[in-house]
Design a protein around this ligand. Structure first.
Ligand code: FCB
Length: 457
């Protein structure tokens, strides 16, 4: 069945600074927590790091030319905080100058810039003072957001405060699989809360600097599927919903926290560090909600890793993802279920009603074992199928009344996939990391046609 998208539907692609830029010590950039983490042996597969990545810092002209060939309406990228306010010191003009050039060339190519203020590269100097566990980091973030918005806001009108605060807090401070790579209870919950505060403060500052800005936040939300009728699995599904979705959607869209939070984490914190106005600050009017989605969440109840509730890390909720025997898994090991994407949108609509702003899909995509064939092409049919099915799922949600305005594919090009290094390839464009040669994959031509026709077969 053909899915047709409205003429003003935005088709885009997304990247993030640390994953593509390289040039980590150039023009006054200082280390972020991801430099430290990736240079710590054993943290990233094959001990890889983003020192060079796609060398986009020097090759952005070539990359924008690829975007132009693709016909992108909009390009979502992130600003590197450690380039703009390194070490939380004075503003670094050379860092801003890079984004000036990037934005100017995007506009000259007819591509609308969409800037994410925080895609995980916290200045290491701030982590050394406690990082997201501290309220002061949220305040510092607001200062940096104001600088960026004042400088670029005459040309950048779509602003995303944070990318996936779940990952910054829970993966970073509880599971320890992302920077800064620690495993904590209360610390991780504080990080999640201060990220919510940071979002609210930054949204205020961006609005003040750019009155005609569209301001939003990007959340990676789980489409939770209950795996059995047992009470234990029903409770596991509720706990997954809490940590994956509600501790972020409730403050942002309603200015509250779910009661379940106090029950689930009672052993590790009394929440006394939440101040009166914080939730009101986190609850800013939003022009859009950015939604990132990759795979369905199927939590079954299992024993907690740590039996003593007072010693648990925040993410130890006694749940485990169910993988069905023999099912197709992506290179990330993620199952695929496009209907779960539609279900996520209809859940948001049912749960939040009028409090739900319009949605942009700010990331969706798949890692495939892409190789350049003898004829020089990359035949990534699995990506074409995945993106086609997920775009059809978006269209189906729109048919059910969900207001979805655009779709940014992850990712424009293969890049540094965080703790997984360079092995998973998510790009429409293949990158040879030895030569930095870019090779558009079959999906590149396919997506170009989707953008041109606004139609998915
Ligand atoms: C998301 C991240 C993005 C990318 C994709 C695969 O969680 O926001 O940077 O790594 O996953």
């Amino acid at each position: 069945m053909t899915a047709q998208f409205p003429p003003d539907f935005v088709f885009g692609a997304a990247t993030a600074s640390y994953q593509i830029e390289g040039a980590v010590a150039e023009d006054g950039r200082r280390p972020s927590i991801w430099d430290t983490f990736s240079h710590t042996p054993g943290k990233v597969v094959a001990d890889e790091n983003g020192d060079i990545a796609c060398d986009h810092y020097h090759r952005f002209g070539e990359d924008i030319e690829l975007m132009r060939q693709l016909g992108l309406d909009s390009y979502r990228f992130s600003l590197a905080w450690p380039r703009i306010k390194p070490d939380d010191g004075p503003v670094n003009a050379a860092g801003l100058a890079f984004y000036d050039k990037l934005v100017d060339e995007l506009l000259a190519a007819g591509i609308e810039p969409a800037a994410t203020l925080y895609h995980w590269d916290l200045p290491q100097a701030l982590e050394d003072r406690g990082g997201w566990r501290e309220r002061s980091t949220a305040e510092q973030f607001a200062e940096y957001a104001a600088v960026a918005a004042e400088h670029l806001g005459d040309r950048v009108k779509r602003w995303i405060t944070l990318n996936e605060p779940f990952c910054s807090s829970i993966l970073g401070y509880s599971e320890g699989v992302h920077a800064p790579g620690v495993q904590e209870g209360e610390g991780a919950l504080k990080a999640a809360h201060h990220l919510m505060l940071a979002h609210g403060l930054a949204a205020q500052r961006v609005r003040a600097a750019v009155p005609d800005a569209e301001v939003g936040i990007t959340l990676n939300l789980a489409s939770v599927q209950q795996v059995s009728d047992s009470q234990a699995d029903a409770d596991a599904a509720r706990r997954s919903m809490l940590i994956d979705n509600l501790i972020f959607t409730e403050p942002v869209l309603k200015g509250t926290y779910p009661a379940l939070a106090r029950e689930v984490w009672a052993g590790i914190t009394d929440f006394s560090w939440i101040q009166d106005c914080d939730l009101a600050t986190a609850h800013q009017p939003l022009d859009f909600l950015g939604v990132n989605f990759y795979f369905p969440t199927r939590p079954k109840a299992v024993a907690h890793d740590e039996p003593d509730p007072a010693k648990r890390v925040a993410s130890d909720l006694g749940t485990e993802q169910v993988i069905h025997e023999g099912e197709y898994l992506t290179e990330m090991g993620w199952p695929v279920d496009a209907d779960a994407f539609t279900a996520l949108f209809t859940w948001l609509r049912d749960e939040y009603g009028d409090a739900l702003p319009p949605i942009y899909v700010t990331e969706n995509g798949i890692a495939c074992p892409d190789v350049v064939g003898p004829d020089g092409t990359v035949d990534d049919q699995d990506r074409i199928r995945y993106v086609g099915d997920h775009l059809a799922a978006v269209r189906s949600a729109m048919d059910q009344g969900v207001d979805i305005r655009g779709y940014y594919l992850w990712s424009l090009m293969d890049n540094f996939e965080w703790a997984r290094g360079y092995q998973p390839r998510f790009g429409l464009v293949h990158v040879d990391y030895e030569t930095q040669q870019r090779t558009p994959k079959a999906s590149f031509g396919w997506y170009r046609d989707v953008i041109a026709t606004h139609e998915v077969e």
